[in-house]
Design a protein around this ligand. Sequence first.
Ligand code: AI9
Ligand code: AOF
Ligand code: ZN
Length: 370
Amino acid sequence: MSIQEANDVNDETYMKMALGLARPTLGQTSPNPAVGAVLVKNNEIIGMGAHLKAGEPHAERHALSMAGKKAGGAVMYVTLEPCAHFGRTPPCAKALIEAGVAKVVIGAKDPDERVSGRGIRMLKAAGIEVEEGVCEEEALELNRMFFHSVTSRTPYVTLKTASSLDGKIATHKGESKWITGEKAREDVHRLRHTHDAILVGVNTVIADNPSLTVRLPGGGKNPVRIILDNHLRTPADAGMLHDRQAPVWIITGENGNKEKKAALEAAGAEVMTLAGDAVLIEPLLELLGESGIRSLLVEGGGSVNDSFLRSGLFNQIIVYLAPILIGGKEARSSFSGLGIGRLEDTAKLTIKTTETIGDDLKITAVREEN
Ligand SMILES: Nc1c(/N=C/[C@H](O)[C@H](O)[C@H](O)COP(=O)(O)O)[nH]c(=O)[nH]c1=O
Ligand SMILES: Nc1c(N[C@@H]2O[C@H](COP(=O)(O)O)[C@@H](O)[C@H]2O)[nH]c(=O)[nH]c1=O
Ligand SMILES: [Zn+2]
């Protein structure tokens, strides 16, 4: 970096630094957003911080406590509008006023109705200069799952598939381990870490007996494990019921066998019953939203993916493609079931990123409308 570049420090520089502090905390702060803060005075950084865990101090407080008395007259760069309510922690807007900061620069406003503009109004009423929307795109992108779940009261839904180049998730003989490589599978665990819950269909439980835990080198936060199981076919000896690594919620229809329900509850699962014979995606997402799930990772298999596809109720899809060809009309694809009949009804996506992970390709595509 040249001296000139080094001197070219501005609002964006500090906001990008705050975003850099927040990004690695994605997942661990849930159900709170990931937030970063940098406190600057006379072009010197005098405090910084990130929100680390729900219930613990917010990012602004960490930065303020690092600066102590020097905070008076300083500029606070924070990726999210300072909160104005007493949740599990006192309001940051109040702390900023008491610390006597001169200016607050904000990335994105907070849609939580307890805040959404109130924090900004409090700061301005106390005579503090407020600038909004610095690196706003990045700040909105960072917490897109939080913002979606706060405004829609349903989880942000990520579909994840892992297949051969020709879209197969198993050979016609049923072999599926493994299609994607070690690095891609590790990336999936990072994806799990950033989601509150992970959902699979009962066929995947029967076929793979998955643990659905986060097994990263440094550990990680295990999401709630959800099994879509209309008729309670989940084996009572399924591994995830007995590993005590994370809750298991089994979502079933009203005709689920009562004895089976008792057996699964005895095995430690929570069985939640929705009206109707088959679980529909819309009431499922409302139930999960009410149960505090802000982000849901759907790991298939094919028929569950088809249900989400036909309901249209998903926000992004992440596809891992392995450089192999499997073929065979009997071989299972990422999406089975009925699928979409008319091209005009297909989900219109925008490809956000493509990256190579080990020998595999990872494509992230989002749906703009919801
Ligand atoms: N077969 C493949 C996958 N298979 C995904 C299936 O959902 C399978 O149940 C889970 O991977 C098992 O979960 P756990 O490791 O026990 O937690 N997923 C992948 O990313 N690549 C593949 O090759
Ligand atoms: N994490 C975070 C904020 N999170 C905001 O506060 C709410 C949680 O409040 P509480 O229960 O008290 O932790 C959360 O829903 C979101 O609206 N706000 C901020 O000023 N800075 C932070 O670092
Ligand atoms: Zn706060």
